[in-house]
Design a protein around this ligand. Structure first.
Ligand SMILES: C[S@@+](CC[C@H](N)C(=O)[O-])C[C@H]1O[C@@H](n2cnc3c(N)ncnc32)[C@H](O)[C@@H]1O
Length: 347
């Protein structure tokens, strides 16, 4: 009989990843072990094994993993993952406010959060102070490796797996998030998975940056935004079909959310201060740019260099460390599967 959970290392009923290993073992259910021993990589406080469960559906998962990879090749490269780690920024104030004020009202508990399509983990980290345990998942092992290697608190871990086949027990997740990633998923399969893994009072949060991006610097906004849009136009031929879901402000994804209580906010604007060098790094994380780079590497690099020169010229600055503001409109889908809690779930 299993006395200690192989995932969270807690004995018997104290299993904190809620994998059901104790109840299954106790009821004679046999080998449904929570047996992950995936290394968590470096974490600020050391230790911190990944605490999540392998469910009996592992066999079918291989096919899912392959399907997931087919759709997302462009995020698989180590160079792309490195750019992500360096230049993607954490969801900012306005988006955080929309998300957390919703969760404070609607989430039934703040035990386990799963951040799906986590990339190099910037959004995942945002959840760390709110939840007992946070797991970032991504189909790209290169992205997961970057996330694991960056400093992260002990209650955060990362795991490579497709969004459509999450290795967690039914009803075990309090909040499922995805930041600028859901459009890459197989939506019908992902929604079925959300229905399966979310607890009865669980919430689903799907956000995305839109292509509505502006640059702000003193009185040069218009010119800078035009320069930026011209650069983005160069990338349009490399836009994946999936990005049309973003262009449509996630309306199609919203329609597919299977929970009765849901809302979609389309006018969240965050103003992100960054240097010109960071802006130029950030645009290189775009999937469209990566496709351009793959197709015409020299031309892509030259256009990035030109973007930097034009932006600096318009600002009247010489150093790439000069700072401006990047304004980005974001879309956020907030959904809850259960009744509104009538108490503060964290008290
Ligand atoms: C645009 S990035 C966003 C990353 C991160 N959430 C952020 O906000 O910076 C999209 C991420 O989704 C991941 N992804 C794409 N399809 C996926 C799938 N089917 N399952 C899990 N992750 C997937 C990619 O590997 C990539 O890291």
């Amino acid at each position: 009989m299993q006395t200690q959970c192989g995932g969270c290392k807690q004995g018997g009923a104290r299993c904190c990843c809620r994998c059901g290993c104790h109840s299954t073992a106790a009821s004679g259910g046999g080998a449904r072990l929570c047996s992950l021993s995936i290394p968590s990589g470096r974490s600020r406080g050391g230790g911190g094994a990944t605490e999540i469960c392998r469910s009996p559906r592992e066999g079918t998962r291989k096919a899912g993993r392959q399907a997931g990879r087919m759709a997302t090749r462009m995020f698989e490269g180590k160079d792309h993952a490195r750019v992500y780690q360096k230049y993607r920024f954490t969801p900012q104030e306005a988006l955080q406010k929309a998300v957390f004020s919703y969760l404070d009202r609607k989430a039934g508990a703040f035990g386990l959060a799963l951040d799906v399509g986590c990339g190099s983990g910037q959004g995942t980290l945002l959840l760390a102070s709110r939840f007992q345990k946070v797991v970032g998942t991504d189909v790209s092992p290169a992205q997961v490796e970057e996330a694991q290697q960056a400093p992260h608190p002990d209650n955060v871990s990362f795991l490579a797996c497709p969004a459509e086949e999450l290795p967690v027990a039914d009803g075990s997740v309090d909040v499922l998030t995805s930041f600028t990633a859901a459009h890459w998923f197989d939506i019908p399969r992902f929604m079925r998975e959300a229905e399966r893994v979310l607890a009865p009072s669980g919430c689903l949060v799907l956000t995305t940056n839109t292509l509505d991006m502006r640059l702000h610097f003193r009185d040069r906004d218009q010119e800078l935004t035009r320069i930026f849009q011209e650069f983005r136009d160069l990338l349009t031929p490399y836009m994946s079909d999936k990005v049309r879901l973003v262009v449509g402000d996630y309306e199609e994804i919203f329609e597919a959310v299977p929970f009765p209580s849901k809302e979609r906010i389309t006018d969240i604007v965050d103003k992100v201060p960054m240097s010109v060098a960071e802006l130029v790094g950030y645009v290189q994380s775009f999937s469209m740019f990566q496709a351009f780079l793959k197709d015409r590497p020299e031309e892509a690099q030259a256009q990035v260099q030109r973007l930097q020169e034009r932006v600096l010229e318009a600002m009247g600055e010489a150093s790439p460390e000069a700072r401006l503001e990047f304004w980005n409109r974001q879309v956020c889908i907030l959904a809850s599967r259960g009744p509104v809690p009538d108490h503060d779930p964290r008290s």
